[in-house]
Ligand binder design. Structure first.
Ligand code: ASP
Length: 339
């Protein structure tokens, strides 16, 4: 690991108090370099989450880490390496040892960053081995409980009239919440004051506390707060309603059909990771996604595992290629870039 990564990890440890050990199966501890593909895994595997602990990407990672660890017979340690819309953590994994002991969980942000960041420092298709897709999560548009607008149409009217006052939280440029926020602003024809966080875990805490007005976020983060009445929810950003939130209209039903986005997640290893190691990780991913506890937990949070044939390197690469093209165009049309 590089010094930058050590710093980021140390900061995370200082903030949340500890790195979480997710599964205790076999394995001789340590993590780091080395490793033999034949014996893989014979030490701890680190799963890097490029956003804050407690947020939706973190939640999905922790959900699958335990059954993956059981299948692999090694400990999986989750580390949150936040910053710059997920690009800090992704960059660290791109530069990590290609031995299968450092794995990245990322989402749609892998396909948006190249169009947004001039000096990204990694190339999604060239610097990673794709392990497989994980899940595709709907987003919700949520606001602090006492935010005046009652419906999505009211929200549009309100932000137009109060554009200089309304605050929109996101997890940094290129994050799913940022992209959804862009789509919202372009649909509403407004430019709002955006408040970046290092993940939507802390953003949601501030939303519940009333420090920011509204945001888009995955159902894997917002479901509990919506069901518990802690936030106001306007719509879900997929063509169909979410079973676990049956009263929440779709953006199309609520009058903004052009606002559609769902957040696909995938696992990555650094380029050059031996193919049999990638294969082992992919098989473990498939096993985790077939685990009934994972299926049930995901369903409660408004999502589902991808079909087994999509938890493969080939399907993942195809998806990433397609998404890089889609988002390059949307971002160019929106004229946005990170400084
Ligand atoms: N939901 C966040 C996003 O906007 C990321 C996270 O905190 O998991 O991309």
């Amino acid at each position: 690991m590089t010094t930058t990564r050590h710093r980021a990890v140390a900061r995370m440890i200082a903030v949340i108090g500890a790195v979480s050990l997710l599964a205790a199966c076999s394995g001789n501890g340590g993590g780091g370099t080395g490793g033999d593909a034949g014996n893989y895994p014979d030490q701890n595997i680190t799963f890097v989450v490029p956003f804050s602990a407690g947020g939706p990407t973190d939640t999905v990672t922790r959900m699958i880490a335990e059954p993956m660890a059981a299948k692999l017979g090694a400990k999986i340690v989750v580390q949150n390496v936040e910053g710059a819309g997920g690009t800090v953590g992704a960059g660290e994994v791109a530069r990590a040892e290609a031995d299968g002991y450092t794995v990245l969980m990322h989402h749609i942000g892998m396909s948006t960053a190249p169009a947004l960041y001039k000096n990204l420092g990694y190339k999604p298709l060239e610097d990673f081995e794709m392990v497989g897709l994980v899940t595709e999560v709907p987003m919700t548009i949520v606001a602090r409980k006492d935010f005046p607008p009652a419906t999505l149409q009211d929200l549009v009217t309100h932000v137009k009239a109060n554009a200089n006052k309304v605050t929109l939280a996101n997890a940094g440029i290129g994050a799913a919440s940022h992209l959804c926020g862009l789509l919202f602003q372009s649909a509403a024809g407004v430019k709002l004051q955006e408040v970046p966080y290092e993940g939507t875990g802390p953003a949601l805490t501030d939303l519940v506390g009333g420090q920011v007005d509204f945001m888009c976020d995955q159902t894997t983060n917002t479901s509990g707060q919506i069901s518990g009445g802690k936030v106001k929810a306007y719509a879900v950003t997929t063509p169909e309603r979410v079973k676990s939130l049956p009263d929440l209209p779709t953006t199309a039903e609520a009058g903004l059909p052009q606002l559609q986005v769902s957040v696909w997640h995938g696992l990555y290893a650094p380029k050059g990771t031996p193919q049999d190691v990638v294969q082992k990780l992919s098989e473990a991913l498939k096993a985790a996604l077939a685990d009934q506890a994972v299926i049930d937990q995901m369903a409660k949070l408004g999502t589902a595992p991808v079909p087994a044939e999509d938890a493969t390197p080939q399907a993942h690469r195809t998806k990433l290629e397609e998404q890089l093209g889609t988002w390059a165009k949307i971002i160019a049309d929106a004229g946005v870039e990170a400084s």
